[in-house]
Write a protein that binds this ligand. Structure first.
Ligand code: ACO
Length: 330
């Protein structure tokens, strides 16, 4: 129920940016002891994008942001806050959001990075919704941007085939037009921190680490991912006061088709209501959900008034789910 004067946050702009270089499973066959068949059947991935030499996390983010601002009809100077979700920032210091703020010319905006690995965008989205519904800020930009190709060991077939580079951005604004109150479920189990690691090699405390690249216990992550995607999605739907069958579109984190299918089977979600693009991009971490949302809108998979469930999991381990009502016009 909405009270007079209440501000209802909503996504009003969206954009994506994918590097032009495509790396197919067949390309990987010539680099590693792997096959297109293994990668496709175990993960659903056929190809992924790889950032070019001049591309950075901030530059991919800027391209996606400009598209999102154009859709929302916003100038850079109207932005109040920039949240850049990334776990592969261009530097430890300063935050990539500062480069993004400069690239956009968003002179009034505060900017910071949000790192919750693959869940970073969802955490950023929840922060944006809080600021807009509280009336603190009017125009918030949330971007997920990642270049995992630079932290992968390209000789390790168990990790390097899984990831890709890219960015997705959205604008959150509010209005008095009534809308379902969005419901977020955020969670972390830090005791599983060792399951996915990419050390900070400048830190002497971690220099003894076996690998300077991303390492992962795939099968353990797989099970936790399914468990938490299911639990947190159920909780988000219930928290929003809805039933599974009222959700028109599910946008899961695109890590592995078997994780998505397993979670969605448990949730009894029919295939036609699940958005999938892992085949084209692999796991783009925090960029995965905003890229998928952007493509779902472009493909007319969601209409005003409909309910969308978004769900992510990742290193930490952490998970994040949300249910929102789609209505981009303020
Ligand atoms: N090509 C061919 N064979 C391979 C490859 C490859 N690219 N990678 C592994 N194998 C082999 C293994 O060596 C193993 O061989 P063995 O049986 O002789 O030892 C066999 O395939 C099976 O390996 P598993 O690891 O058991 O395969 P599984 O079916 O579990 O799939 C995968 C592995 C795809 C990694 C899966 O576990 C997975 O997707 N896990 C989740 C990972 C994930 O989503 N992480 C997201 C978080 S990332 C973040 O937050 C940053």
């Amino acid at each position: 129920m909405s009270s007079p004067g209440e501000i209802h946050p909503r996504i009003t702009g969206w954009g994506k940016s994918l590097p032009s270089k495509v790396l197919t499973n067949f390309d990987l066959e010539s680099m590693l002891d792997t096959t297109d068949e293994w990668i496709r059947t175990r993960t659903g991935i056929k190809e992924r994008r790889i950032a070019g030499e001049g591309e950075t996390t901030a530059s991919l983010a800027a391209r996606a942001s400009l598209e999102a601002m154009k859709v929302a009809g916003l100038n850079a100077e109207e932005l109040d806050l920039i949240l850049l979700a990334t776990s592969t920032g261009d530097a430890l210091i300063p935050a990539g959001s500062a480069s993004l703020q400069k690239a956009l010319g968003a002179k009034r905006a505060g900017a910071c990075d949000v790192n919750a690995a693959c869940c970073g965008f969802m955490y950023g989205l929840s922060i944006a919704y809080q600021f807009v519904s509280a009336g603190t800020f009017k125009n918030v930009l949330v971007v997920g941007s990642e270049i995992y190709s630079r932290i992968l060991d390209w000789k390790d077939r168990s990790t390097c085939v899984l990831f890709g580079d890219g960015a997705g951005a959205i604008i959150v604004q509010g209005s008095n037009k009534p809308l379902l109150k969005p419901y977020f479920v955020l969670g972390t189990e830090g005791e599983h921190a060792g399951l996915i690691n990419a050390p900070n090699s400048a830190n002497p405390a971690v220099k003894s680490s076996a690998s300077p690249y991303l390492t992962m216990d795939g099968p353990k992550i797989f099970k936790l991912a399914v468990t938490w995607m299911v639990k947190s999605t159920e909780k988000a739907i219930e928290g929003a006061g809805l039933k599974n069958e009222q959700i028109s579109l599910f946008i899961p984190h695109q890590a592995n088709i078997r994780i998505i299918e397993s979670a969605m089977n448990t949730l009894k979600m029919p295939k036609e209501r699940i958005f999938i693009n892992v085949d084209k991009y692999g796991n783009t971490a925090s960029a995965s959900i905003p890229i998928a949302l952007c493509e779902a809108i472009e493909e007319n998979r969601v209409k005003p008034g409909e309910y969308i469930a978004l769900t992510a999991f990742g290193a930490g381990i952490s998970w994040a789910s949300a249910v929102i009502q789609w209505d981009p016009k303020i």
